[in-house]
Write a protein that binds this ligand. Structure first.
Ligand code: ADP
Ligand code: MG
Length: 266
């Protein structure tokens, strides 16, 4: 049964899309069956997966509006994972959904039947706590929060986690925090190191041990329609994203062990 992980942070430019594509590719490398869902009208995750957002026969928009089954919109990427692609139509979908009943549940309804087909479903969220992001957080088992270690980052993170808590009670009581991910990290930057240390002291093991370094190869890969793992497997960026996938897989194994023990003692 797939674990659904939403990649969310209301701030733009923190590495959500980069993390969504590269985590999907890195998990696929480990022989996991992966679906990446592009929920951002910019369609960057779609383009970055090597799929042209201008030539989609069906997209996340049609699925949210229940005009297409997800199966009809899903395409295979050259990176070995499946993609539910998105483009600017998502803006229209969001407006149309505003007046619909159960408008936060649309993505959940579309993805739940796919759980048996995948090990992981990774959802790339837009840079706002919009209806689309609420759909992702309602569908998800956990949320992965990418953040840059900057001056106001901890404040933003605390606000985001409070919002997630409030939302949990209303829409998705079982939502967990998969982890906070330090992105675009520069070890020579003193402030980044200070913020990073504070992050770990506040949030402890909720912070991924893997740190994603600032790496020009990571920024180049999308212009070739590739993940960093496909583009340059030996780069520091690729090694980091493979490490992140390893941590996500370990979380999953640990959860299964706990579930196994609970069943054994019943
Ligand atoms: P978001 O989806 O949160 O808006 P993106 O993933 O699009 O953020 O990243 C913002 C920009 O930073 C993009 O141009 C991306 O290529 C670049 N970027 C992301 N991660 C890295 C990294 N580790 N090293 C260098 N550039 C990065
Ligand atoms: Mg993005």
């Amino acid at each position: 049964m797939a674990r659904i992980i939403a990649i969310a942070n209301q701030k733009g430019g923190v590495g959500k899309t980069t993390t969504a594509v590269n985590l999907a590719a890195a998990l696929a490398q480990s022989a996991s069956r992966v679906l990446l869902v592009d929920l951002d009208a910019q369609g960057n995750a779609t383009m970055g997966s090597g799929v042209d957002k201008r030539e989609l026969s069906a997209s996340t928009c049609d699925v949210l509006l229940e005009e297409q089954h997800a199966d009809a919109a899903i395409v295979r990427t050259p990176e070995g994972f499946d993609l539910l692609p998105g483009n600017t139509d998502l803006t229209a979908a969001e407006i149309e959904l505003m007046d619909e009943e159960g408008r936060e549940q649309r993505l959940k309804r579309a993805l739940d039947p796919l759980r048996a087909k995948y090990d992981f479903i990774v959802v790339d969220c837009p840079p706002a706590l919009s209806l689309l992001t609420l759909n992702a957080l309602t569908a998800a088992d956990s949320v992965l929060v990418p953040m840059q270690c900057e001056y106001y980052a901890l404040e933003g993170l605390t606000a985001l986690l409070q919002t997630i808590d409030a939302l949990k009670a209303k829409l998705n009581p079982n939502l967990e925090i998969e982890g906070v991910l330090r992105t675009m990290f520069d070890v020579r930057n003193n402030l980044a190191n200070a913020v990073s240390a504070e992050l770990v002291s506040h949030f402890g093991d909720k912070v991924f041990r893997t740190i994603i370094p600032r790496n020009v190869r990571v920024a180049e890969a999308p212009s070739h329609g590739q993940s960093i793992v496909g583009y340059d497997k030996g780069s520091r960026g690729a090694i980091a994203y493979l490490g992140l996938a390893g941590e996500v897989l370990r979380h999953q194994r640990e959860r299964k062990q706990v579930q196994g023990k609970q069943v054994a003692t019943m």
